[in-house]
Ligand binder design. Structure first.
Ligand SMILES: [Zn+2]
Ligand SMILES: [Zn+2]
Length: 312
């Protein structure tokens, strides 16, 4: 009896009492990269060799659509799998008294399944997406943030917001990916949104911001390889909205149409995703890949056609 109890303690200390891997999981690690303001039309005009190679060699549609062309509500749909009617994040700034999202996020479900999670955000308001105990590591580097003036509509209704550069967010995420190898990791790259509001989505400055963001994507991809988990990982790249002029909230095709790219384990090669895809499908796909049941029914669906053994 004493020996039995001792063995239990030893097993517990050596980490044998972890939850069993979910039988239905298709990969161990999912990295969600969101390009804030990543309009399909602007990306296609920009110098983004890394992202374009990933899109070309993996599965991609340039005709995905956001449910709502605003950063916080749009990202909430991306990370919950439902629209604003259900997730109820209808504001777009950091308002601590509003509390956190009540609809379970991908992190909530992943954590409930015993997986590790991390989130790297360029904007403070992403704290609204962190339900207590669901994100092992949340990174918003206030010290590295610069305050910018911006308007979602591109009009005179400007407000101040702190934002961290894509390069800095990617550098922080890369270090964490190498050291912690999270199962589910979200990385938010916001240079195109910041520069789009200041100079316009059609500007040469904006093309530079997309190029910088491409370098940030490369930093993340290299970190996944350096961590030794590339073969057991899927990278999903999408956006919260596009943009035109100096805004993105008017609902034009330039504002609404975004890329949806998958790369990595089990992803079809050189595959053009035929079905209509929304940003809310990111959440559904991430959970499907990790073999995690959503905690509530989602509106988004896994983009199964992008994966071997999937439809099409
Ligand atoms: Zn945005
Ligand atoms: Zn914006």
């Amino acid at each position: 009896m004493v020996i039995f109890a001792f063995r239990i303690i030893v097993l517990a200390l050596t980490g044998w009492f972890v939850l069993p891997a979910n039988a239905a999981s298709r990969t161990e690690h999912v990295f969600i990269i969101s390009i804030d303001g990543g309009a399909s039309w602007a990306i296609q005009n920009a110098k983004m060799p890394v992202l374009k190679q990933v899109a070309r060699e993996g599965a991609c549609t340039w005709n995905a659509e956001t449910l709502i062309p605003q950063t916080l509500p749009g990202h909430t749909s991306m990370l919950t799998g439902v629209g604003t009617d259900q997730h109820k994040i209808v504001w777009n700034s950091w308002i601590p008294s509003n509390g956190v999202v009540t609809f379970p996020t991908v992190f909530t479900a992943a954590k409930a399944a015993g997986l590790s999670t991390a989130m790297f955000a360029a904007k403070e308001k992403f704290q609204h997406l962190v339900q207590p105990g669901t994100v092992d590591y949340f990174d918003y580097s206030r010290a590295a943030a610069v305050v910018v003036l911006k308007s979602d509509s591109g009009g005179p209704d400007v407000r101040k917001e702190g934002v961290v550069s894509s390069r800095a967010v990617a550098t922080n995420a890369a270090a964490y990916i190498v050291s912690h190898k999270p199962n589910l990791c979200f990385i938010h790259l916001a240079d195109p949104d910041t520069v789009g509001h200041a100079f316009g989505w059609e500007s040469s400055e904006e093309r530079k911001a997309f190029a910088e963001t491409d370098a940030a994507v490369e930093v993340i991809l290299k970190a996944v390889r350096r961590a030794g988990i590339a073969k057991r990982s899927v990278i999903l790249i999408s956006a919260d909205h596009g943009g035109h002029g100096k805004g993105h909230s008017k609902g034009t095709p330039q504002d609404m149409i975004i890329p949806w790219i998958a790369s990595g384990q089990g992803v079809k090669k050189h595959f053009s995703i035929p079905e209509s895809v929304h940003n809310s499908d990111v959440a559904a796909t991430a959970l499907w890949l990790l073999g995690v049941q959503p905690l509530r029914p989602l509106e988004g669906v896994p983009v199964v056609s992008a994966f071997k053994g999937g439809r099409n």
